[in-house]
Design a protein around this ligand. Structure first.
Ligand code: ATP
Length: 261
């Protein structure tokens, strides 16, 4: 069943066409990776899906409802973590419920037990339950990004949008974060969009791939179809050979590997 329906989506910023007549349908629970060079429109696509940006033309519906504003069922994870260094992992995680419990309750930490349980459960999902009382500032970049994922989960979303969540991380931490993101998404049955620059990581963890070039959708397919020719087409003159490791990328094995570390 179609869960997200994007129909003729165009987004212009002045003379710049960031998205050009993009259409696709995504069923419930799919893990979609958005690929493309810098400036191809990945962030713009995620921001329009989240309701943070409105389309110039075209329509987006999620679960049959037109997207006109940000809504609690759609959570966004950013590259810069956006977490508060002075707060513990637990408090950061708990703040994800602000949409539901209200800002004042969040600031005063008056959330009910159920919400607190959700915050701990989310930290458990990203492997940080033992670090719950640690200040975010003292955590590694990868751990901070996992706190960001936990916070998004506390929002109880149905859709997760992750805009280059591992761009600033070393390869090991990037894989670990992607593993937790995929596990969280699978365990909770979330429909997930994740934009990435790293093709090998994308192939390892992605299920479906949407490729953008100059705002146009130039690829839409599953892992077996994401061939070196497709990558070459997406990345043009960039040397793509090192980005493409032939089938080492069993996503389920990768997720299991991360989950067991
Ligand atoms: N708020 C804005 N105002 C003007 N132009 C914008 C704005 N946001 C994006 N653009 C332009 O739209 C195009 C697509 O940008 P976008 O950030 O979506 O690409 P991207 O693929 O996410 O790039 P990156 O990988 O570098 O984040 C670019 O030409 C960009 O300069």
């Amino acid at each position: 069943m179609t869960y997200i329906d994007v129909d003729g989506l165009t987004k212009r910023f002045g003379d710049t066409v960031a998205l050009d007549d993009v259409s696709f349908e995504v069923p419930d629970g799919e893990f979609v990776i958005v690929l493309g060079v810098s400036g191809s429109g990945k962030s713009t696509l995620l921001r329009t899906l989240s309701g943070l940006l409105s389309p110039t033309e075209g329509d987006i519906t999620i679960a049959g409802e037109p997207v006109v504003d940000p809504r609690p069922e759609v959570a966004m994870i950013f590259q810069q973590h956006n977490i508060i260094g002075d707060m513990t992992a637990y408090s950061n995680s708990l703040s994800g419920g602000v949409h539901r419990s209200g800002l004042l309750s969040s600031v005063l930490q008056l959330q009910d037990d159920e919400e607190k349980h959700r915050a701990l459960d989310a930290l458990d999902t990203v492997g940080l339950l033992d670090e719950a009382e640690q200040k975010a500032r003292s955590m590694s970049g990868g751990q901070q990004q996992r706190v960001g994922i936990a916070r998004a989960l506390v929002q109880q979303p149905e859709v997760l949008l992750a805009d280059e969540p591992v761009a600033s991380l070393d390869p090991g931490s990037a894989q670990s974060v992607m593993g937790y993101l995929r596990t969280a998404s699978e365990d909770r049955g979330l429909t997930t969009f994740c934009s990435l620059h790293q093709v090998n990581i994308a192939r390892k963890f992605g299920h479906r791939f949407i490729g953008l070039r100059e705002g146009k959708k130039v690829f839409d397919g599953y892992r077996d179809e994401l061939t070196i020719d497709v990558i070459d087409d997406l990345y043009g003159d960039i040397d793509t050979e090192g980005m493409f490791v032939s089938d080492d990328g069993d996503a389920d094995a990768a997720v299991d590997g991360v989950a067991s570390t």
